[in-house]
Write a protein that binds this ligand. Structure first.
Ligand SMILES: Nc1ncnc2c1ncn2[C@@H]1O[C@H](COP(=O)(O)OP(=O)(O)OP(=O)(O)O)[C@@H](O)[C@H]1O
Ligand SMILES: [Mg+2]
Length: 485
């Protein structure tokens, strides 16, 4: 039996929704305001909540946040009057599955709910097949390589204890996701996960940011403020880029970690908190300790349980799974239907060095979405940096096999591509003059636009194409010069 909660202050609407589900295998409960809704969600397991945007006592958006913190697997569909559609759209960014505009039509409602159930079942079966941690932010934390499976099992174990964890790894390797996974798998998951980005807060403000301040504690402190330590009480405090804090803040931080109490700026009150500290840095703290830039005692306090995240180049087996995941994500975001990636493009992704790790891969796939007009990601939709570095690696023969091994289905709507090893050019497979000529022209234009940053006049001049011809060809091949600016 599928359990649905309808939260809306309009009695008639709740009654009509209940009757829409009457003959089906659903149990429908009601809540007439935001707080009642939250209490019910906390009290019993609901699969789906239909949530009014505008409700007394606690708004739909606030209720959504509470529901997702309590149990991220609950599907939420917002119900909204036309005047609140913007809030409903915002809600979908914050984890709601979708929204329905009032007046609610019974058949659209049932259709959407059943679609949500199917999606939920699919996600569950997928996550059994592929190791992923689903985070409440809607991000899936993907990892199929041996290296990441080890990290997942470490996260599983460490989330059950309260000791400080220090996450280390190059930029873009997923340190923040690890911190979230630790929190949302821990007994503290129903409390807050609070992030402090230590490198983004100016030295003069960080103390009040962490510990709060009294009214009038310093110029500009017009009112009392609660610090992040207190805000995170009961939950997890994530100190991101902890290697960037100043020596004087290091001393203060050490004191809180030792004594579990602190005083807001301008106050003698001692506040006691219970929270878990997770910290992260991409810096080499041992080096910093040697140079006197980071306190050794603080290091040992933070580094009780270390997690070292491998770089993407050390776990190339994850590239395919991550690529499919990002393709799905950007299909949703850009409302496109790119279902394929050509085997050569996949090989180029495998060959790249990925200094920016997963963040770089994510950006590369999004870049491909912006410029790709066909149904597939092709080598040309990858940035020049990937094409060049990868091709030079391929030239050196470091990549064991050029045999394309597509994991994603390859499009048949365009001529297939193979790798011409002799001159390292990408050429169409079919021996057809017209097809080859057009393919060459298309690639030539894209390369030229990349080189001259999408500037039409300069491209025409430098690449020696009459401007009129250039514009005509761009139109013919559906290439938008602005995508390369
Ligand atoms: N295993 C993964 N599965 C899915 N997405 C991931 C994974 N690892 C990282 N990402 C995505 O890559 C981006 C970078 O991850 P994150 O911010 O956690 O990295 P970081 O190590 O904290 O980087 P930095 O040191 O630059 O702060 C994010 O958008 C994140 O969602
Ligand atoms: Mg980070």
């Amino acid at each position: 039996m599928f359990k649905v909660l309808v939260a809306d202050d309009d009695f008639d609407l709740r009654a009509s929704i209940a009757s829409a589900f009457a003959d089906r295998n659903y149990r429908v409960d009601h809540a007439s305001d935001g707080e009642e809704c939250i209490n019910r969600v906390r009290g019993g397991r609901y699969d789906l909540v239909l949530l009014d945007v505008n409700m007394p006592r606690l708004s739909g958006l606030e209720a959504l946040k509470e529901i997702k913190t309590h149990d991220p697997s609950v599907t939420v569909i917002m119900l909204t009057a036309f005047s609140n559609v913007r809030d409903a759209v915002r809600a979908t960014r914050e984890g709601a599955y979708n929204y329905l505009e009032k007046p609610i039509k019974a058949d659209s409602l049932v259709y959407l709910v059943e679609q949500a159930i199917r999606a939920k079942n699919m996600v569950q079966s997928l996550s059994l097949a592929a190791p992923v941690f689903r985070l409440p932010s809607g991000t899936d934390f993907i990892g199929q390589s041996q290296e990441m499976k080890k990290i997942f099992s470490v996260i599983d174990k460490l989330s059950q204890v309260d000791t400080a964890v220090l996450i280390r790894g190059e930029s873009g390797t997923g340190k923040e996701l690890v911190a979230q996974a630790l929190h949302y798998n821990s007994p503290r998951k129903n409390h807050r996960f609070v992030t402090v980005n230590c490198s983004a807060i100016p030295e003069t403000l960080i103390e009040s940011e962490l510990f709060g301040h009294e009214k009038g504690a310093f110029t500009g402190a017009d009112s009392r403020k609660i610090g992040k330590f207190q805000y995170a009480d009961g939950g997890t405090l994530f100190l991101d880029e902890v290697g960037d804090i100043s020596p004087s803040m290091q001393v203060k931080l050490l004191r809180v970690l030792q004594e579990k109490t602190f005083s807001p700026v301008g106050s003698n009150r001692e506040i006691e908190v219970s929270l878990r500290i997770v910290a992260a840095t991409h810096r080499n703290l041992e080096e910093m300790i040697k140079k006197g830039q980071f306190r050794e005692d603080l290091f040992y306090r933070l580094n009780v349980l270390p997690i070292q995240l491998p770089s993407l180049r050390e776990r190339k087996n994850d590239i395919e799974a991550l690529t499919s995941y990002f393709i799905e994500k950007f299909n949703r975001r850009h409302k496109k239907k790119i279902g394929n990636i050509s085997p050569i493009a996949m090989n180029l992704l495998r060959a790249h060095h990925w200094p920016g790790n997963i963040r770089e891969l994510e950006n590369v796939i999004e870049h491909a979405f912006v410029i790709e007009t066909t149904q597939a990601i092709t080598p040309e939709s990858l940035p020049a940096s990937i094409q060049n570095t990868a091709i030079s690696i391929l030239k050196l023969g470091i990549l064991p096999s050029l045999a394309p091994a597509p994991l994603l289905p390859v499009s048949h709507s365009r001529p297939g591509l193979t790798f011409d090893e002799e001159n390292l050019n990408l050429v169409p497979q079919r021996l057809d003059f017209q097809v080859n000529k057009e393919e060459f022209e298309r690639r030539f234009l894209i390369r030229a636009l990349q080189q001259f940053k999408g500037r039409i006049n300069q491209t025409a001049l430098q690449a020696n194409i009459p401007k009129k011809t250039l514009l005509r060809k761009l139109e013919k091949y559906g290439i938008n010069a602005r995508d390369y600016s």
